[in-house]
Design a protein around this ligand. Structure first.
Ligand code: SAJ
Length: 451
């Protein structure tokens, strides 16, 4: 379907495939660059198809705070330099194609590349000679050259490096700071050869203000998964130390401040769990890449153990709920829990891999009824979810906080006391003062909050 809206002849056409947390900010930043025309490609899936129309109306599909993004989307749609379609055939006119589709792992920790494979085949079917293709999705190291490149070559009949260019460059997005992190963070760019790398660096130079480091495609892929595995291990360390602090009666957050007073230390924060689209899967992508493409197996014991520690934190929240209810003379069974915060990250609407889910599942399995509250999240299938905090707290036997949305810091304890049936607070993110809660008559437990 030839697009009449863009005069392709005299402008650089960039196609961005996958209108998610990475694809949308990247597409609209590029669309705001003079000389760029950008077409977002999004399949009309159940979960995300609605974004096509929302974006083409110049609106942001994100609920959480995303400074500058809504205005930028409106501006580039108004300018006519950005639009979204479900028709991947627009790749036929593209100078650059960015692939930003989800790369989840399954319950066996194996990457699910169905979308990546389908999109790569679609790109190969339409792309023309001289196109630059960049994978931005996080993949197991070795994927670009061992999975994507063969599909592109087979479906296009062309040769990578000779007829088209291919590279990998990872984003460092953070919900709530999507634009800021994309523009103000350094960028790693890896091509399959010097020309691919050069063209990709030239592209990112138009939107990234910080340094852009050129490397090879495998190093770039590995750097992405290692960067997040590194963060996951640091969080796991903080979580293990939080359990130590609870056992010894020390406040882990106070102790962390003492340690981080050293400028060369950065102890992470313990909490109710590790969610998101990155950390819960990137370690498994790293491990898969080593097993699949490594010359010898490596026992990635530490990063695997870190995943186990972080994934056990929702169970620890259940333990704290049970302890606190017992102190208040109640059991989990037959109690009503108000879970505050469903998004995996504060002041975001992103619920992917949220630690709230295992917490809710276990409480329910133990016979509690659960109502969830989140100021940013709309649909949450299968769960009783409200945006009315009073409704969530009214008649509850326990307030269990999972996500430190800003509004929770402003909660008035007396107001909560007047609504809740049993005055119990379990704090998964050090939002409340243990002292203030106890003085207000609450039973208080918190991750890392030894008393
Ligand atoms: N968390 C902790 N303790 C911490 C930090 C985070 O429990 O000290 C939890 C958060 O509550 C959240 C999860 O871990 O549930 C992930 O938090 P995150 O801050 O890592 O957020 P992500 O996963 O959206 O973003 C990370 C980012 N890594 C950072 O260093 C901030 C981002 O740079 C990456 O680009 C992103 O993964 C990604 O896209 O890979």
């Amino acid at each position: 379907m030839q697009d009449s809206k863009f005069e392709i002849r005299n402008s650089k056409l960039i196609v961005v495939i996958g209108m998610g947390y990475v694809g949308i900010p990247c597409a609209v930043l590029l669309a705001d660059v003079p000389g760029h025309k950008v077409i977002g490609v999004q399949r009309r899936s159940e979960r995300s198809g609605w974004k096509i129309d929302v974006l083409n109306q110049g609106k942001s599909p994100f609920e959480g705070h995303e400074p500058g993004l809504a205005e930028l989307i409106a501006r580039v749609v108004e300018k006519g330099t950005f639009r979204v379609t479900e028709d991947i055939a627009v790749c036929r006119d593209a100078d650059v194609i960015l692939i930003d589709v989800q790369t989840p792992t399954d319950s066996g920790r194996v990457p699910q590349y169905l979308s990546l494979r389908e999109v790569s085949a679609g790109v190969g079917q339409y792309m023309r000679k001289g196109t630059l293709v960049v994978i931005e999705s996080t993949v197991a190291p070795g994927t670009t050259q061992n999975i994507v490149q063969p599909i592109l070559e087979e479906t296009s009949g062309m040769k990578a490096g000779k007829d088209f260019y291919l590279g990998f460059s990872y984003e460092r997005v953070m919900p709530g700071k999507l634009l800021e992190y994309m523009v103000d963070f350094p960028r790693v760019v890896g091509g399959i050869d010097a020309k691919s790398t050069e063209l990709a660096v030239e592209l990112y130079r138009t939107i990234v203000k910080r340094e852009i480091t050129a490397t090879d495609v495998l190093t770039a892929e590995l750097a992405k998964t290692v960067e997040n595995a590194y963060r996951d291990v640091n969080i796991a360390f903080a979580n293990e130390i939080a359990l130590v602090c609870e056992s010894l009666g020390v406040d882990a957050y106070e102790m962390r401040e003492l340690i981080n007073a050293r400028p060369d230390r950065h102890m992470h924060l313990p909490g109710a769990g590790v969610g998101g689209h990155c950390l819960p899967k990137d370690t498994w992508l790293l491990r898969f890449g080593v097993k699949e493409y490594g010359t010898r197996d490596v026992d990635t014991a530490m990063i695997t153990l870190a995943r186990r520690i972080n994934d056990a934190m929702p169970d620890h929240m259940v333990r704290l709920v049970e302890e606190a209810l017992a102190e208040a003379g109640r059991e989990v069974k037959g109690s009503r829990a108000a879970v505050l915060g469903i998004a995996y990250l504060e002041d975001s609407d992103d619920i992917r891999n949220t630690p709230a889910q295992p917490l809710i599942n276990t409480l329910r399995a133990r016979g509690a009824s659960v109502i969830a509250h989140d100021p940013f999240v709309w649909g949450y299938e299968g769960e009783e979810l409200t945006r009315d905090l009073d409704e969530a707290l009214r008649g509850a036997d326990c307030l269990a906080l999972v996500t430190k949305h800003q509004m929770y810091f402003e909660l008035d304890l007396e107001h909560v006391k007047g609504l809740i049936r049993t005055p119990v607070i379990v704090d998964g993110r050090n939002v409340f003062s243990a002292k203030a809660c106890r003085e207000a008559g609450f039973v208080y437990r918190g991750i890392g909050k030894g008393s």
